[in-house]
Design a protein around this ligand. Structure first.
Ligand SMILES: Nc1ncnc2c1ncn2[C@@H]1O[C@H](COP(=O)(O)OP(=O)(O)OP(=O)(O)O)[C@@H](O)[C@H]1O
Length: 461
């Protein structure tokens, strides 16, 4: 780094209603190692480095861990955080876990060396002062207010949008908010989980052209593009769409029509919002995702920041989520401090899950909040597992008690079903008797991701 990183998000002008913010670009250069010459330039506040294809800077260096380190641009400068890498992160030969980078620092990880520098280029973003929500998204941090401003202006245009972010950061909520603030708000909002789109299902479920001979299809089930006519189609986890199907999706996006039963094309008027937790640009470079499709989808791009980089949002989010789960429980300053000190790997979804369980326990029993957080090292040693939720809700009105028990049951049930199904969705489909689509949505609703469940079993290193 030539210059010490300065404050990169600065309120420049503005009154109580509106503020203009300068967002500076910064670059991470690989200056030594197998990926020498590779670089990433970003305006985002967070950049993840590792061999995992979902990283922002993906390294092929075998001595680098999948999730090796992250760099966060803050008002104080750029903070480097090692993410528990196998071979460690070094500055001037000293191993570091978390450090504020100084000008000229070179970061060593495995055989790779990185140089980080702030660019002089910047973009001005107008944010509305005091706006702490957009649609269902809540947040008072500057990072979220920038996101709200971006989403608000994208909603007014009718362009396709790619929403990026880690699991549970609110990508689907952002897509819904854009729909609600767009000219299409009176039209439908349809969701497709691209994880579930197989070759066989694609024609029927996505494009609706070729239909099988089943009775349901005879009745004229439409593909989801037709069903979203006049509205918005949300392609959840678009990076999971098989390569073989990508040209078909591209064709629909380009021609704005889908084939009908009789073969004649039907015009479709749909805005597409896609989401991904992956680094799709890297997938394009690696040939896992078609470049032409990527550019069609990512006409506008918005990145949702992880919760650990905007801890100041936690109190307002927690209050809002508690209202959502109709809990009258009041969070103490101690609990909020505990929440603010935690990293929330599952982001806002994990916060919601912790609040659901924790509020119930605090209202009825007296169990530590630490019990519900995912990071095992934060759990209190020697504490007994919590007793059955059913036993704790008898003092509540019936409907409220039922909702609480069902939520608790679903989480336990699906986590166990996935475990005994060896984390195979097909097997779980048979076990549960649910359709793949319902199973997937129930897993998602309960904050259960296959990857995390496997991780917990030590299967996905
Ligand atoms: N900023 C926010 N304000 C309020 N609630 C939020 C926010 N972000 C996420 N949530 C809540 O967290 C949960 C997860 O959100 P959502 O499903 O939109 O995340 P996602 O990024 O699409 O997750 P995934 O990648 O796992 O599909 C939902 O209950 C949502 O209401």
């Amino acid at each position: 780094m030539e210059d010490r990183p300065e404050v990169t998000l600065t309120a420049k002008t503005g009154d109580s209603r509106s503020t203009r913010i300068q967002v500076r670009e910064w670059t991470v250069d690989v200056v030594a190692g197998p990926d020498k010459g590779k670089k990433v330039t970003t305006q985002d506040a967070l950049l993840r480095v590792g061999s995992d294809p979902a990283s922002d800077l993906v390294l092929s260096d075998q001595t680098v861990s999948r999730r090796h380190l992250e760099l966060e641009r803050t008002a104080q400068g750029i903070i480097l955080r090692d993410l528990g890498s196998r071979n460690g992160t070094f500055l001037d030969g000293h191993q570091v876990m978390q450090v504020l980078l100084q000008p000229g620092d070179k970061v060593q990880l495995g055989k790779t060396k990185l140089a980080i520098k702030q660019e002089s280029r910047s973009t001005e973003v107008e944010v509305t002062g005091g706006a702490d929500a957009f649609g269902g998204l809540v947040g008072t941090s500057e990072k979220m207010r920038v996101v709200f401003a971006q989403l608000r202006s994208i909603a007014r245009e009718d362009m396709n949008l790619l929403v990026e972010g880690e699991t549970g950061t609110g990508k689907e909520l952002a897509a819904r908010a854009v729909h609600q603030h767009s000219m299409r708000r009176h039209g439908p909002f349809k969701v497709v989980d691209c994880n579930l789109i197989t070759e066989e299902k694609a024609e029927r479920e996505l494009f609706g052209g070729l239909r099988s001979n089943s009775e349901e299809d005879e009745k004229g089930a439409k593909g989801v593009f037709e069903a979203a006519q006049g509205g918005t189609l949300f392609l959840d986890e678009v990076g999971e769409l098989p390569l073989s199907l990508q040209p078909k999706l591209l064709r629909v996006l380009e021609s704005r029509e889908v084939p009908s039963l009789d073969g004649a094309p039907v015009p479709v008027d749909v805005r597409v919002i896609a989401s991904t937790h992956r680094n799709l640009e890297e997938d394009v470079r690696q040939g896992r995702f078609r470049a032409d499709l990527y550019y069609r989808l990512a006409v506008a791009r918005v990145r949702l920041p992880p919760l650990r980089t905007r801890r100041e949002d936690i109190p307002v989010l927690a209050q809002s989520l508690l209202r959502g789960i109709k809990s009258s429980f009041e969070l103490t300053p101690q609990t909020l401090a505990l929440f603010e000190g935690y990293d929330w790997p599952g982001n806002v979804r994990e916060l919601r899950n912790v609040l659901e369980r924790g509020a119930l326990m605090q209202e009825t029993g007296n169990v530590s909040w630490l019990d519900f957080m995912a990071q095992p090292q934060r759990k209190v040693e020697g504490q007994q597992p919590t007793t059955s939720v059913a036993a704790l809700v008898t003092g509540m009105p019936y409907h409220e008690a039922k909702d609480r028990v069902v939520a608790d049951f679903e989480r336990l049930y699906f986590a166990e079903v996935m475990r005994v199904s060896n984390f195979d969705m097909k097997t779980a489909e048979q076990h549960t008797g649910l359709s793949m689509q319902s199973l997937y949505r129930l897993l998602k609703k309960n904050g259960l991701r296959l990857k995390d469940l496997k991780n917990a079993e030590g299967l996905d290193k």
